[in-house]
Design a protein around this ligand. Sequence first.
Ligand SMILES: Nc1ncnc2c1ncn2[C@@H]1O[C@H](COP(=O)(O)OP(=O)(O)OP(=O)(O)O)[C@@H](O)[C@H]1O
Ligand SMILES: [Mg+2]
Length: 311
Amino acid sequence: MDDRFREAMTKGYALDEPHLVIGSPLLGDELQPDVRVRVGLAMMNRHGLIAGATGTGKTKTLQILAGQLSDAGVPVFVADIKGDLTGIAAPGRTDDAKLNDRVASLGWDYRPHGHPVEFLSLSGALGAQVRATVHSFGPLLLGKVLDLNETQTAVLSLVFKYCDDHNLPLLDLADLRTTLAWLVSDEGKDQMAECGGIATATAGVILRSIVTLEQEGADVFFGEPEFDVDDLMRLDPQGRGIVSVLELRDVMDKPRLFSTFMLWLLAELYEALPEAGDLPKPKRASSSTRRTCCSTTRQTRCSTRWNGRPA
Ligand SMILES: Nc1ncnc2c1ncn2[C@@H]1O[C@H](COP(=O)(O)OP(=O)(O)OP(=O)(O)O)[C@@H](O)[C@H]1O
Ligand SMILES: [Mg+2]
């Protein structure tokens, strides 16, 4: 082994702070088992990329990161496109000769254990059904999802405002479709008269976008009960972070459904999690922080999204 390589690795990865261990360095085919590659917990809320050819260990690396974060008391959310992260729930095997050789060569203290996992699903087939209401999307975000232009989004805002003013719940896409169709019908068009009315052509474009979104599988996603992002911040009774695994293998061919959910989730998280600066480890937002934060930010969100009263 090249001494300079060993020295550089030892020095580079010597961390006093809490950290995760992701392996040992390799130079060519030669392993350096007495040096560990460490990542500080404080760095785990930064961006990262795990890349490699097929079969090189990307999924395993992701499982190792998620598992160690959970052990350190940090809740984790992972989107599982291929369904191969699920193994993180069960302990690793101890009867696999190849694995045992590998563990021995690494000088690894191998004590396999499962991690607390909650499976979530956008179709409801592979885990707890995740849903959000049309109302919580608001017209701006929904306009993006529906690929609407400025004029069409403005019409969507009017529909939201109308429902808000008249206490009409907008829960799923059918609610939105029915309301919009009624507001341009002979019976309903007077309701919008003071705003200049809704052009039938514009309503037609929006309705067609809604139908397309429904056909792409999003109709099961919109509705009640709405997913509470606080559920992503839980610890188990032993203080380990719950790993929330969003199972996506049955909706891989419905990218719009997945991107709709991610847009909504990011918007919710952005509002729910206060900016905390550099912390020694990723922090679980306490329920009390979240509640205070939600009650103050919901108002801003709803007034910008709805131009109306807060929810
Ligand atoms: N550090 C490691 N040491 C030894 N074996 C490993 C290591 N990481 C992964 N493996 C083994 O290599 C195989 C492939 O790993 P993994 O599934 O993580 O690869 P991948 O990069 O995700 O592949 P794909 O691109 O096909 O999804 C698995 O059998 C796994 O057990
Ligand atoms: Mg993989």
